[in-house]
Write a protein that binds this ligand. Sequence first.
Ligand code: PEP
Ligand code: MN
Length: 345
Amino acid sequence: MILELASTTPSDVMRRVVADLEVDEGLTAWPIRLRGRLFVIVSGDESRVPDRVLNQPGVTWSSTSERGYWLVDAQHDVVGDTVTVGSSVVGGKSFWLGAGPCALERVDDAVATAAEVAAQDADAFRIGLWKPRTSPYNFQGRGAAAFDDLERVRAAAGLPIVSEVLDPRDVERAATSFDCLQIGTRNMTNQALLVEVGRTAKPVLLKRGLRSTIDEWLRAAEYVVAQGNDRVILCARGIASFDTSLRHQPDLSAILTVRRHSSLPVIFDPSHATGRLDAVARFALAAASAGADGLLVEAHVRPDEMYRPGDAAQAYPPTGLKALREKCRVVRDLTSELDAGVAAS
Ligand code: PEP
Ligand code: MN
C-alpha cells in the first residue's frame, strides 16, 4: 500500500504515521519524497493497516495489491519520462546511445575503445568490472581491483560510465565511481540488490530478466523507486526461448507494452539479445521502430583480443556507432510519422 501525505507534513507527524503502522509486526513502512510529493511506502498485509491511519486528515492511500507496482505506473504520474546519465538524457526526444566492451580486460584496448566510442558521439561508455557468468570457471571480471584502471578509461572516454553491480555489498563503492548502475538480466529479481541501488542517487539501468514477465520487470523497477530513487531506465535485452538459434529471443514487443504501462524510459540491448554481430544493426533499427528511447551496444576495437569464452561474436565495431544511431533516429521518426498519420485519419 502507498500513502500520500501533504508535502508540507511536519516530520514529527510523518514519523508518527510510520510508527503507527509499524505497531503491527507484519507491517514495515518508510517515507520517500519524489518530485516534491511525500509518500509512505507500506509493505505487508494491506488489511492490517489501521483505519485511524487511513482516515487521518491529509492522507490519501492507494492499494498496490492488484498490480504490485504503483509508483512506476504512468497513470499515477509520479515518475518522469526522462532520466539523466551524466549530462545525457535518456527518454523524451533524444535517441540515447551507450556503448563499450563487455568487460574491462586489457586497459589499452579499453582505452582505445573508449576513445573511439566518444569520437562517435555516444552518450555513455559501458564496461563491466563484475561479470555474471554461468560457469564459475569463466572470467568473472576484475572486480574492485580495476577501479583505478577504470579512471584511466573514463579519462579517455570523457563519458559517463555505465557498469553492472552484482553484489549489494559493492553498491556503495560502485556508486562513487559509476555514473549509472546496471542491474543485469540475472539479477532483475535480486530484491536486496534492487533495494540497495534504490538507496543511491545514481541512475539505474534495469535489464529485463531472461524469464521475467513485463509485470515482474515493472515490479523490479518499483523496488528501486520505492526506496526514493526514480531514476530508472528499463532495458530490454532478449528473453529465453525454446528456440536457441539466436542467443535469446529479441523481445521488441516488450518495448511497446512497457510504454503502455509506464512512462519510464526504455532502451534496447541488441548485442545480448542476439549474440551476433550481423544481427545488431537489424534489431537496433527494429527496436527504434518499436519505440525504444535508445540502445546499449557492446562494442570493442579488437574483439579477437577479448577473453574467451566471451561476447566477441557480438562486439560491434565502434567506428559504426554514429551511423547506427543516426539510422535509428530516422527509423524512429518515420514510425512516429506513420503513427501520427493514422491518428489523424
Ligand atoms: C552486459 O550488459 O554486459 C550483460 C551481462 O548483460 P545481460 O545482463 O543482459 O546478460
Ligand atoms: Mn557482454
